[in-house]
Design a protein around this ligand. Structure first.
Ligand code: NAD
Ligand code: IPM
Ligand code: MN
Length: 365
C-alpha cells in the first residue's frame, strides 16, 4: 500500500471548518484507492500565538519538514491585526513557510465548469465564453520580501518603505513554471507587469522573452497589470496562463476566483520545483463568516486534490476528487455565497457540501 505523511495546519477562522471537510475527502480516497495518508495536525497562525506564544512554533516547522506535503487552511484575523507585522500570522507563519521551503511556484487554477456559468457574476454572454485561467504567481520574492523594508522617523516625518526586488534567476525559474504549465494547456502565457513604470518589470519582460525561446510551441504576450484586471472581466477567455510577480499574482488570483463564482472555489499549490508543496485555498480566514458552518469547503478540498496530484503522485485520486466536486456543484449542492438572494434559502452548509463530495467519490467506485 502507498503510504504518505502530511502536515495538517488548519489555522484560524474558517480554516478548521473547511479543513474538516478536506479530511473527510482524504478518508474517502484512502478507502477508494487503497492508499494511506497519515495526518499530523500542528498549530499555526493566531491559534498558535494564543496557545503557544508564536505563529509558527518550532514543532510545527519540524512536523512540516518531516512530511511529504503540507495541507494548509488559513490564518489571521482581527484579533491579531494590531501585532507588529513580523509577529502577525501572515508574515510569521505563512510567508516564513513559503520562504523556508523555497515554495516559489504558486499555481492557482480558476475555471468556470461547463453548465456552471450561472455561478459567475459576469454577464451571461461573457461567462458563456468561458474562464479557464491558471495564475502562476512568483511566491518567495518581489515586494513581499525585498529589503530594505521598514519604517523610520516620527510625526509628519515618518517614512515607510518596501522594496520590490527580483533577481534574473528568480524570474527565470517562475517563467519556466508558467511555460511548462502552458504546454499542457492552451499554449499561451500572458505575462503581467507594469513595465511602463517599474524597473523590475523591465527585467521581468527581458527574462520572460528569453525563456520563451525555449518553448516555441507557446505564445507569449505581455500585458500591463491595470489592463489585465479589466480584460479579465471584459474577455476572460483570452487568457490561459497568467504569469505574475508576487503582489500582482495575489491581486489577480482573487479576481479570477470571483469570476468563477466565489473566493471559496480557488485552490492553490505552492511548490519548490522538486515535488514538495504547501496546498491551501487562495482565500483567507473569512472572519465575516467564520464559526457559522457556512464557508465553502471546495477550495480546501481542491487544494487537497492538488496535493495528491503534485506531491503524492496520486493522479487518479485527484481526478476522482475533481470530478466529484464538479458533480456536486452541478447538482446544486452550493454554499450560500454562490446563490442569488432569491435562492439563498436553498444553501447547503459546509458539512453538507463536504458530505456530498464524499458521497460522489465513493459512489463512482
Ligand atoms: P478573505 O479571503 O478571508 O475573505 C474575503 C471575502 O471572501 C469575505 O467576504 C469572505 O467571507 C469570502 N470568502 C473567503 N473564503 C470563503 C469561503 N471558503 N467560502 C465563502 N466565502 C469565502 O480575505 P480578507 O477578509 O481580506 O482576510 C481575512 C484574514 O485572512 C486576514 O487576516 C488576511 O490576512 C487573512 N488571509 C489569509 C490567507 C491565508 O491564510 N492563506 C489568505 C488571504 C487572507
Ligand atoms: C494569499 C494571501 C497571502 C498573500 C497573505 C495572507 C500573506 O493573501 O495567499 O493570497 O498575500 O500571499
Ligand atoms: Mn491573497
Amino acid at each position: 500500500m502507498s503510504e504518505y505523511t502530511i502536515a495538517v495546519l488548519a489555522g484560524d477562522g474558517i480554516g478548521p471548518e473547511v479543513m474538516a471537510e478536506a479530511e473527510k475527502v482524504l478518508n474517502a480516497v484512502e478507502q477508494r484507492f487503497g492508499i494511506s495518508i497519515k495526518r499530523n495536525a500542528y498549530p499555526v497562525g493566531g491559534y498558535a500565538i494564543d496557545n503557544h506564544g508564536e505563529a509558527l512554533p518550532a514543532t510545527t516547522l519540524l512536523g512540516c519538514e518531516q512530511s511529504d506535503a503540507i495541507l494548509f487552511g488559513s490564518i489571521g484575523g482581527p484579533k491579531w491585526d494590531t501585532l507588529p507585522l513580523e509577529q502577525r500570522p501572515e508574515r510569521a507563519a505563512l510567508l516564513t513557510l513559503r520562504s523556508h521551503f523555497d515554495l516559489f511556484s504558486n499555481l492557482r487554477p480558476a475555471k468556470i465548469y461547463p453548465g456552471l456559468e450561472a455561478l459567475s457574476p459576469l454577464r451571461a454572454d461573457i461567462a458563456a465564453s468561458g474562464v479557464d485561467v491558471l495564475v502562476v504567481r512568483e511566491l518567495t520574492s518581489g515586494i513581499y520580501f525585498g529589503q530594505p523594508k521598514g519604517r523610520e522617523g516620527e510625526g509628519e516625518d515618518t517614512v515607510a518603505f518596501d522594496t520590490m526586488r527580483y533577481t534574473q534567476a528568480e524570474i527565470r525559474r517562475i517563467a519556466h513554471s508558467a511555460f511548462k504549465a502552458a504546454q499542457y494547456r492552451r499554449k499561451k502565457v500572458s505575462s503581467v507587469d507594469k513595465a511602463n513604470v517599474l524597473v523590475c518589470s523591465r527585467l521581468w519582460r527581458e527574462v520572460t522573452e528569453e525563456v520563451a525561446q525555449e518553448y516555441p510551441d507557446v505564445e507569449l504576450e505581455h500585458i500591463y497589470i491595470d489592463n489585465a484586471t479589466m480584460q479579465l472581466i471584459k474577455d476572460p477567455a483570452q487568457f490561459d496562463v497568467m504569469l505574475c510577480s508576487n503582489l500582482f499574482g495575489d491581486i489577480i488570483s482573487d479576481e479570477c476566483a470571483m469570476l468563477t463564482g466565489s473566493m471559496g472555489l480557488l485552490a492553490s499549490a505552492s511548490m519548490n520545483g522538486e515535488g514538495f508543496g504547501l496546498y491551501e485555498p487562495a482565500g483567507g480566514s473569512a472572519p465575516d463568516i467564520a464559526g457559522q458552518g457556512i464557508a465553502n469547503p471546495v477550495a480546501q478540498i481542491l487544494s487537497a486534490s492538488m496535493m495528491l496530484r503534485f506531491s503524492l503522485g496520486q493522479a487518479a485520486a485527484a481526478d476522482a476528487i475533481d470530478a466529484a466536486v464538479v458533480q456536486t456543484l452541478a447538482d446544486g449542492v452550493l454554499t450560500g455565497e454562490l446563490l442569488d438572494t432569491a435562492n439563498r434559502h436553498k444553501a447547503a452548509t459546509t458539512a453538507q457540501v463536504g458530505d456530498a463530495i464524499v458521497q460522489r467519490i465513493l459512489a463512482a467506485e
